[in-house]
Design a protein around this ligand. Structure first.
Ligand SMILES: O=C(O)C1=C[C@@H](OP(=O)(O)O)[C@@H](O)[C@H](O)C1
Ligand SMILES: C=C(OP(=O)(O)O)C(=O)O
Length: 429
């Protein structure tokens, strides 16, 4: 039987919510900390499926962790792994799989056994070919163990510094992965980006965090980086993980529908995450937004304005626009999100299918979704496709006259394990 949660109709959302740590920052910080030669103390580290998979992988490579109530101390060995385990399981964490493919290619030693990276069934359908091609062109010894172009795969020594080229049109995680790995090589490299690069702000997040960990990357142009070899990751001592800006999108949306005010603590105007731009989107959709140093406060009037925009820069937060569109004054179009199809599920298909169950008219394009507001709401049991964002997005349908039932709500543990208890705390009839 499918586990589900029934959400009765809600009209109000108000109060204060503290965001979990950012998944994107947490998994980068864990890996970068493990690459330092001296310990790093991480604050506000997210505890979720994705970060657990990264931690378990690093632990198997010999990295040690000391947790107390508020912090996690990471002690790694500058990439000289002490006990290279031969098989690492990474679940469905793209932020673990892609960076580890590149970093383990850069750190593999001749005397070590090949390392196998595998994931859950969906991870084995998520492409890594552009990344693996770029690494193989520079000598990396990577073998596909299942379908070519997809995990699982096995990695041995062979990667050499030089001129790297990467197709950036499917995932920015490939580029972030190379930016984290190339400084570890014994000589200098350049990295040239090909194709229309998607999810750009995540590359900037990587560059910012590399700088925080003492790694220099020279941006020769937006398409080309120079990366000196033999660099050493420097421990910043303490490192603070910002609240998750993608998770903030659900509270901003709930505040618009439930009028607020909702104080969202953990990201502010100086956030380094691209998804903070969702605050501008929610403003265009009718909310009022006030920025503080470490929080954003959102209120609404109950009126939602339909929009038509390119969301290539913020594909995760963009999903939140889809359920909001059901309440809008006119149709909404979410454009340029082709890579929704290769994430936790085919998100264009899943979103269109489940929105229709509520009574919406939806057009699913190759790379866009057009959603018409609902006139006659139908109660529905929403399938979530093992996709945390499907579960969290559809909680917003509780602001309809019918309420909503969400199947398998626990899949939100990928990035936000207590999301539904927070939803019930903040959102009321
Ligand atoms: O680098 C990152 O932390 C991420 C990049 C994005 O992926 P793509 O670059 O594949 O769009 C995003 O969807 C993912 O949740 C996290
Ligand atoms: C695409 C996502 O995850 P991943 O890091 O696994 O790519 C996501 O969190 O929306």
């Amino acid at each position: 039987m499918v586990n589900s949660i029934h959400l009765e109709p809600r009209q109000h959302c108000r109060g204060s919510v503290t965001l979990p740590g950012s998944k994107s920052i947490a998994n980068r910080a864990l890996l970068m900390a493990a690459l330092c030669q001296t310990p790093v103390t991480l604050h506000n580290l997210l505890v979720s499926d994705d970060t657990s998979r990264m931690r378990e992988a690093l632990l198997a490579l010999g990295v040690s962790f000391k947790d107390d109530e508020l912090t996690t101390q990471v002690e790694g060995f500058g990439g000289h792994w002490r006990q290279a385990s031969s098989e690492l399981y990474l679940g469905n964490a793209g932020t673990a799989m892609r960076p580890l493919i590149a970093v383990l290619s850069a750190t593999a030693k001749e005397e070590q056994a090949p390392i196998v990276l595998k994931g859950d069934a969906r991870m084995h359908e998520r492409p890594v070919q552009h990344l693996v091609d770029a690494l193989q062109m520079q000598g990396a010894s990577i073998d596909y163990l299942g379908e070519p172009g997809f995990p699982p795969l096995s990695i041995s020594q062979g990667l050499a510094p030089g001129k790297f080229e990467i197709d950036g049109s499917v995932s920015s995680q490939f580029i972030s992965a190379l930016l984290m790995a190339l400084p570890l090589l014994p000589g200098n490299s350049t990295l040239t980006l090909k194709g229309e690069v998607v999810s750009r702000p995540y590359i900037n997040l990587t560059l910012q965090m590399l700088a925080d960990f003492g790694i220099l990357v020279k941006e020769l142009s937006p398409q080309c980086y120079a990366i000196a070899g033999k660099q050493v990751y420097q421990s910043p001592g303490e490192y603070w993980v910002e609240g998750d800006a993608s998770a903030a999108s659900y509270w901003m949306a709930a505040a618009l529908l439930g009028r607020g005010p909702v104080e969202i603590i953990g990201i502010g105007e100086k956030s380094i995450q691209g998804d903070k731009r969702f605050a501008e989107v929610i403003e265009q959709m009718g909310a009022s937004v006030a920025y503080q140093n470490n929080s954003i406060t959102v209120s609404g009037t109950g009126i939602v304005k339909g929009i038509d925009q390119d969301f290539n820069d913020i594909p995760d937060a963009a999903m939140t626009v889809a359920p909001l569109a059901l309440f809008a004054d006119k149709p909404t179009t979410i454009r340029n999100v082709a890579n929704w199809r290769v994430k936790e599920t085919d998100r264009l298909y899943a979103m269109a299918t489940e929105l229709r169950k509520l009574g919406a008219i939806v057009e699913e394009g190759r790379d866009y979704l057009r959603v018409e507001p609902i006139k006659n709401w139908q109660h529905a049991c929403i399938d979530t496709y093992d996709d945390h964002r499907m579960a969290m997005c559809f909680s917003l349908a509780a602001f309809s006259p019918t309420g909503v039932t969400i199947n398998d709500p626990d899949c939100c543990a990928k990035t936000y394990p207590n999301y539904f208890s927070e939803f019930s705390r903040l959102c009321h009839s």
